[in-house]
Write a protein that binds this ligand. Structure first.
Ligand code: HEM
Length: 173
């Protein structure tokens, strides 16, 4: 029997990075951001540790590997975008829809979510340096940034769950 090692490699990379990406996004949106907002300044050291341990690079890395391997799989399944029968089938369209949503979240994360998370880290560092109670305008900016991050991460996580659902059912539609 012929073993398609490239397909196996792409699938291993894709499924592993995909589930880790969606899982991390849901954890961040559902638990981490609300917990950080609830704890207020007490969350500062934990945020600092998460940044030092590479959380800001972890999610984009997973996103890039998922999307690249996904497009590699799509390319192979569709015969380099030439198999019109597959492209127009329920399966091809559903993998394509999930793929577009995944790519959209990758871009949305890079443009909206990551910058908000970086701003929050920088504001936290400024507050720690200043010591004592934070200046009102700094505290207000932190609240705004946290609200933005809360919204952004919730949108990204919801879309990723939809993309994962597309992947789950695509073969059977
Ligand atoms: C967003 C997060 C994603 C998750 C969690 C995810 C997950 C999965 C899973 C579990 C499978 C296996 C399904 C099966 O064999 O029936 C799969 C297959 C596939 N995914 Fe994704 N995926 C994601 C994003 C993407 C993206 C961005 C693309 C780009 C087009 C893509 C394209 C594909 C294709 C073409 C297959 C079929 C591979 C094959 O023929 O074996 N996926 N995905």
């Amino acid at each position: 029997m012929h073993v398609d090692w490239l397909m196996i490699l792409l699938r291993v990379i894709h499924v592993l990075t995909g589930i880790l990406w969606v899982g991390a996004a849901v954890f961040v949106a559902r638990f981490l951001v609300p917990a950080v907002r609830g704890a207020g300044p007490a969350a500062g050291p934990v945020m600092q540790q998460l940044i030092q341990r590479g959380l800001p690079a972890y999610m984009p890395t997973l996103a890039i590997f998922t999307v690249l391997s996904g497009f590699g799989l799509y390319w192979r399944d569709s015969g380099g975008f030439r198999l019109h029968e597959w492209l127009g089938s329920g399966t091809g369209r559903t993998f394509g829809l999930g793929g577009i949503i995944g790519l959209g979240v990758l871009i949305y994360g890079a443009v909206i979510v990551s910058p908000a998370a970086k701003r929050m880290g920088a504001l936290g560092a400024r507050m720690r340096e200043a010591g004592g109670a934070p200046a009102p305008e700094l505290a207000a900016e932190m609240q705004r940034t946290q609200a933005q991050l809360g919204r952004g991460s919730a949108i990204a996580a919801s879309l990723l769950v939809i993309a994962a659902l597309c992947m789950a059912v695509a073969r059977y539609v």
